[in-house]
Ligand binder design. Structure first.
Ligand code: ASP
Ligand code: MG
Length: 427
């Protein structure tokens, strides 16, 4: 799947200056960047410029903004429960449209270019329609086109299963297409062009002092899902990490540098905390005075798992007299269902009471620097305490500390943590 870079074949003595700048660059453009033909022309110009500098360029495209939603709407008009295979055939047309338009534009501008659909680019996936995973990518065709100085335009979001059926990779999947193709080609970089100019230290909508992050590690990015997921399909970060592909998240509407997502040891400026995230999609359920016996936790979580509800944090307290309290969080949309299962269960297992709260939030501080710094937790708890914000639950991992608080304090908590960890931008 991995092919060697072409530079290695070049005689460095005679072509020194060219070697310095020549690279294999994958550029991915999201829906808003290809929303109309004028914007696709901007994409063409950017790809052309990169190509003219001597680089090999592969462009991965999303569908025009709103098109995938529109197609889903049509499918739902056609039939109540659209067949999943046919739905993927339909959804793949969004990216087919933009890939063809860009390739014809580039050709019209006098460059060699060619569009490839998922199956033509040999993006082979499993058979999970609507949420397929990439198994392998055959790079021969792309390599041949690049060697012949084509700009190769690949329709993102789509692949083909081993039986030849068209599949799609899940919403936002063209990010994953781009990073996977970059990995298969052993590209120097994967640039993700979007409508925001990078990843921020906190959500700028609630934290006006949030700064754009210059460099962030893959693991931090994975932990920043609640900030980053709006920008990158989080699966793509996992692929980037696995194959060590530097990802540059940047705006297609400016020339400004965005955020580099890179390997941990190549992050220049190691901060203790790189970002503060918040997650409102949380609800808490507590079982009070549960018998403290083997098998009780299994009994509590089995019905939740069977209902397909994802449990996030779990805390079990020690209590006297053979009893214990158990608290956990679930996505807010699943709160009522989860409550029902627990109310039924409480009687059976002899728990005293079940109660919960759907109006909570999770605030987290994230940073690889935590691994070798002490006092991060106490700094976090002190900052919250100074504002009289009560911490309801705490959980930690190697590079993250999360607190559950009352939802109404979310904005305040994010801001004070942002300040406490020295992340505020200067005025
Ligand atoms: N067009 C698809 C979507 O809207 C894939 C993508 O844009 O990444 O989800
Ligand atoms: Mg997207």
């Amino acid at each position: 799947m991995i092919i060697p870079l072409q530079q290695s074949d070049i005689d460095t003595d005679t072509q020194e200056s060219k070697v310095d700048i020549m690279a294999l660059i994958v550029q991915k453009f999201g829906g808003t960047s290809v929303a109309d033909t004028q914007r696709i022309r901007n994409v063409a110009n950017r790809a052309l410029k990169t190509h003219a500098q001597g680089n090999d360029v592969v462009v991965i495209l999303s569908a025009m903004a709103g098109v995938t939603d529109h197609l889903i709407g049509l499918a739902n008009e056609a039939t109540k429960t659209p067949d999943r295979r046919e739905l993927d055939v339909l959804l793949a047309t969004g990216e087919q449209t933009t890939a063809a338009l860009l390739a014809m534009m580039l050709k019209g501008m006098g460059t060699k270019a060619q569009s490839l659909l998922g199956h033509q680019a040999e993006v082979v996936t499993d058979c999970e329609y609507g949420n397929a995973r990439i198994l392998e990518i055959g790079t021969n065709r792309i390599k041949r086109l690049l060697a012949d100085r084509n700009i190769v335009v690949v329709a993102g979001f789509q692949g083909v299963d081993i039986k030849g059926n068209i599949t799609t990779l899940g919403r936002g999947g063209s990010d994953t297409s781009a990073v996977a193709i970059a990995a298969a080609l052993n590209a120097d970089i994967c640039e993700i062009y979007t409508d925001v100019d990078g990843i921020y230290t906190a959500d700028p909508n609630i934290c006006p002092r949030a700064r754009k992050i210059k460099e962030i590690s893959y693991d931090e990015m994975l932990n920043m899902a609640s900030l980053g997921a709006k920008v990158l399909q989080i699966r793509s970060v996992g692929v980037a990490k696995k194959y060590n592909i530097p990802v540059h998240v940047r705006s297609s509407f400016s020339q400004e540098e965005g955020t580099m997502v890179v390997q941990e040891d190549s992050v220049m400026e190691q901060l203790v905390v790189s970002g503060v995230t918040h997650d409102l999609d949380q609800a808490r359920i507590t079982l009070k005075k549960v018998p403290d016996q083997p098998g009780i936790a299994a009994k509590i979580f089995s019905p939740i798992a069977e209902s397909g509800i994802l449990v996030d944090m779990i805390i079990q307290n020690t209590r006297a007299a053979g009893q214990t309290d158990l608290t956990f969080t679930v996505p807010r949309a699943d709160y009522n269902r989860a409550m029902e299962t627990q109310k039924k269960l409480a009687e059976k297992i002899g728990a005293e009471e079940v109660f919960g709260d759907p109006n909570i939030a999770k605030v987290s501080v994230i940073g690889v620097g935590m691994k070798n710094h002490s006092g991060v937790a106490s700094l976090m708890f002190n900052a919250l305490s100074r504002e009289n914000i009560n911490i309801i639950m705490i959980s930690t991992s190697e590079i993250r500390i999360s607190c559950i608080i009352e939802e109404k304090y979310t904005e305040l908590a994010v801001r004070v943590l942002h300040t406490a960890f020295g992340l505020d931008k200067e005025d």
